[in-house]
Design a binder for this molecule. Structure first.
Ligand SMILES: C[S@@+](CC[C@H](N)C(=O)[O-])C[C@H]1O[C@@H](n2cnc3c(N)ncnc32)[C@H](O)[C@@H]1O
Length: 205
């Protein structure tokens, strides 16, 4: 892995650990709330396995998960579209993309995820279809995000949803979401214990 990417991922992991262990006091709106390193490794591996060129992320924060994915997708001259509504986090993410040398492969869409996804669907913007989608914004809207992204995913594409098991306060709602996926005719899904609990969903038709 390229040195500048390793350096930024390492810096962000340190920052995330300090926040999670409350060793530094960060206002709620500025917290990274990042995926774990293990989840980053898993996303990177899936993108490589699928030879992915097209990815969508809902919830950029300061770009930790995006950089893990960009590291894999840039070898394929691929592109990530990532959605975030917090301008301060977008500024920090852009700095991290610049420093890690990944910015040419990442396009940020600023604003409310639901509105952006509705507009993307309407404009049929992504004709080729996404190979992988990461759903990691507000947990209350996971089902709506899933329903909006599914038509934009290729058959055989993967949708990963973070925080299925942790934090515990979301667990009941996320279980309901997983039950919804299990009866959905277009997908196969499993809840894994990787990271904060990752739902791994494959579009089969
Ligand atoms: C869990 S964090 C994302 C962490 C990031 N994926 C990572 O692992 O580095 C969720 C992010 O989603 C953003 N967010 C929450 N609700 C949103 C919405 N309705 N539209 C767009 N972004 C939203 C938050 O500002 C926050 O930065």
């Amino acid at each position: 892995m390229n040195e500048s990417i390793v350096k930024i991922l390492h810096e962000l992991e340190n920052q995330s650990n300090l926040e999670k262990t409350r060793k530094i006091d960060v206002p709620p709106q500025d917290r990274m709330l990042a995926i774990t390193k293990e989840t980053g490794e898993m996303l990177n591996m899936i993108l490589r396995m699928k030879n992915a060129k097209n990815m969508l992320e809902i919830g950029t924060s300061v770009g930790y998960s995006t950089i893990w994915c960009a590291e894999a997708i840039m070898e394929n001259s691929g592109k990530i579209i990532t959605i975030e509504q917090n301008p301060n986090k977008i500024r920090r993410a852009m700095e991290n993309f610049e420093k890690s040398g990944t910015s040419d492969h990442i396009a940020i869409k600023e604003g409310n995820a639901k509105k952006i996804l509705e507009a993307m669907n309407e404009k049929d913007e992504n004709r080729k279809g996404f190979d992988l989608v990461l759903i990691d914004a507000d947990k209350e809207n996971v089902k709506e995000y899933f329903d909006l992204v599914l038509p934009m995913v290729i058959v055989g594409g993967v949708i990963i949803t973070d925080n299925m098991l942790y934090p515990e306060k979301y667990r009941a709602g996320m279980k309901k979401f997983s039950e919804y996926l299990k009866q959905h005719p277009q997908v196969k899904t499993i809840t894994s214990s990787i990271g904060n609990g990752e739902e791994i969903t494959i579009k089969i038709k």
